[in-house]
Design a protein around this ligand. Structure first.
Ligand code: S3P
Length: 432
């Protein structure tokens, strides 16, 4: 396991283009594989997670050619003539692939596939996709009923009206994909909005799809017509650089070509509320659109005040909540996150990882069943933070180091390559 020290930094300055969006890359490759005509994806993310998706679709018979600048997917069609009607698909560390792909496989009568991944994937529940897919007619087996490996036996599916118990873009996406293969109509209702990249891409691909408030409805369809996709920069990856610029005194950083879809920019709104000087053309909350808006964020360090993040905001900032805790360490007063028990089921238990990790660096932080509370203002001393194989904890430790008094040693820093292979280089470029 690699260990790297991140020392306190002087002002961060410069412009960075973040890596391509991981969520949109997964979706473009998967929906590209479901499209009969070739689809070109520009700026596809090359990372461990999105490479797993390319390997999976290749195992299913799709062709993948070109480079990340211009990747061509030669899909097999929605109702496929898969090259194989069974086998083992390795999702690596990719939770999005583990939850979205079964939606497609479940609608392929006669096929049976087993999805498996690394130790972290094996600890992440899949019952929230397995149960509705069973109700639609597929046979789905999981270890202890809820963990990978997950075996999906395809079937003729029936449409389903399903209410998600917890907002999850991955589960919603799985069921919308299955809905395209199911007789009649499938409706998925979320308790609160989560990222809507699948909906935008499906509308763009002329799928029979409508959105009514928190419900997305899709009908059976023969084929998808996905146009070429241009993947914007990843707002979640960018958030680590934004947090660094918020915390290191006298910093001023511009993030270029980043996705500004409102379902992904919750963290930016939280940081603004805490006092960060952050300018950008954020998409208006509640916008229903097909296109993915992109733009620039200009962020400058400023004194911060504590804030409370409640359940409604959680899905819009789900992967950035560790950074809210970090900002909270430097903010006046208390910062609390509630209604985020989902964090316990990410690449690691992120409530435990954040609370133990930041406390070891000197934070006054308590974990709760569904979040955490930080009494801030004192900053962080520094020390050592264990990434626990979780890319977002590795990057959290690095940013904490830059803002700390004595620096932070991140154990398992290589985990960052799951979503942001050039993270260390981009951070270093801002220190010059
Ligand atoms: C993702 C959705 C989120 C997020 C994950 C990627 C996606 O999970 O945490 O990193 O691409 O759909 P849930 O919405 O399932 O909580």
């Amino acid at each position: 396991m690699g260990t790297r020290r991140f020392d306190p930094a002087g002002p961060l300055r410069g412009t960075v283009t973040p890596p391509a969006d991981k969520s949109i890359s997964h979706r473009a490759a998967l929906l590209g594989a479901m499209t009969a005509d070739p689809v070109t994806i520009r700026n596809y993310l090359r990372s461990d997670d999105t490479d797993s998706t390319l390997k999976a679709i290749q195992s299913l018979g799709a062709g993948v050619e070109g480079t990340e600048a211009e990747l061509v997917i030669r899909g097999v069609g929605l109702h496929t003539a898969f090259e194989t009607t069974g086998g083992l698909l390795d999702v690596g560390n990719a939770g999005t692939l583990m939850r979205m792909l079964p939606g497609w496989l479940a609608g392929q009568p006669g096929g049976a596939w087993t999805l498996d991944g690394d130790a972290s994937i094996r600890a992440r529940p899949v019952d929230r996709v397995a149960e509705p897919l069973r109700l639609m007619g597929a046979t789905v087996e999981a270890r202890e009923g809820r963990f990978p490996p997950l075996t999906v036996h395809g079937a003729e599916l029936m449409g389903l009206e399903h209410e998600l118990p917890v907002a999850s873009a991955q589960v919603k996406s799985c069921l919308l994909i299955a809905g395209m293969l199911a007789e009649g109509q499938t409706a998925v209702t979320e308790p609160r909005p989560s990222r809507d990249h699948t909906e935008r891409m499906l509308s763009g691909a002329r799928a029979p799809f409508v959105r009514e408030g928190r419900t997305a409805r899709i009908s059976q369809v023969d084929e998808l017509e996905l146009d070429d996709v241009v993947v914007p920069g990843d707002a979640s990856s960018a958030a680590f650089l934004v947090a660094a610029a918020c915390l290191v005194p006298r910093s001023r950083v511009v993030i270029a070509d980043v996705g500004l879809n409102w379902t992904r920019t919750g963290f930016l709104r939280i940081a603004q509320r805490m006092g960060a000087v952050l300018l950008g053309d954020l998409e208006e909350v509640g916008t229903v659109a097909d296109a993915e808006p992109t733009g620039e964020i200009d962020v400058a360090a400023a004194p911060l005040v504590g804030t409370v993040v409640e359940a409604d905001e959680v899905p819009l900032a789900i992967d950035e909540l560790p950074l809210v805790a970090l900002l909270g360490c430097f903010a006046d007063g208390e910062t609390a996150v509630r209604g985020a028990s989902e964090l316990r089921h990410k690449e690691s238990d992120r409530i435990a990882g954040v609370v133990d990790g930041l406390r070891a660096l000197g934070a006054d932080i308590e974990g709760t069943a569904d979040g955490f509370a930080v009494r801030g203002g004192g900053g962080l001393r520094g020390g050592s933070l264990e990434a626990r194989g979780d890319h977002r904890l590795a990057m959290l430790g690095a940013v904490a180091g830059l803002a700390s008094e004595e620096g932070v040693e991140v154990v398992g820093v290589e985990a960052a390559s799951v979503s942001y292979p050039t993270f260390e280089r981009d951070l270093a470029a801002l220190r010059k």
